[in-house]
Design a protein around this ligand. Structure first.
Ligand code: DQA
Length: 155
């Protein structure tokens, strides 16, 4: 199976009851189930983890070097200021996609900037659970493309 690490940051375990007009009413468990189903439908597997503490997210990113082909990360509030997470993503060769449920660019000014944006493949935000599902699809397509190219180069 193709392995994806989906890493959720702080406060995302509160989804379902947390500011539902912004984040929707799905719980994190329900979102994870949708992600796992999407990955399975594409012939991949997703491991979904949530961490409230910055250092735990850093550890998970390091571990992904051995255990994942792609990182999909919603770093939540850490997105906006964690240089540690940025450096962790830059320290691994596993490509990453940054995801947000809400459109951070149409919210408060302090959410407009992502310190992660420069070290990820791209950012998907504003589509609720579909931000994650689009990321799973993009990750799968990019991974297949890279695999085909590697096979071609070996010929
Ligand atoms: C979020 C957006 C962040 O600004 C916020 O701190 C979150 C969730 C999102 O998914 O929309 O916790 O990452």
């Amino acid at each position: 199976d193709v392995r994806r690490l989906v890493s959720h940051g702080t406060n995302l375990n509160q989804l379902g009851r947390r500011e539902p007009t912004i984040y929707g009413t799905l719980t994190l468990q329900e979102i994870n189930r949708r992600i796992e189903e999407k990955a399975a439908s594409l012939g991949a597997a997703a491991q979904c983890l949530q961490f409230s503490h910055e250092g735990d997210l850093v550890d998970a990113i390091h571990k992904a070097q051995e255990t994942a082909d792609f990182i999909i990360i919603n770093a939540a509030a850490y997105t906006h200021y964690s240089i540690a997470l940025r450096d962790a993503l830059a320290s691994v060769t596993v490509p990453a996609i940054e995801v947000h449920l809400s459109n951070i660019h149409r919210r408060e000014e302090f959410r407009h900037h992502s310190v992660l944006a420069a070290v990820v493949v791209g950012q998907i935000c504003g589509f609720g659970v579909y931000s994650y599902l689009a990321a799973v699809e993009a990750a799968q397509s990019l991974w297949l493309e890279a695999k085909a190219k590697a096979a071609e180069d070996n010929e």
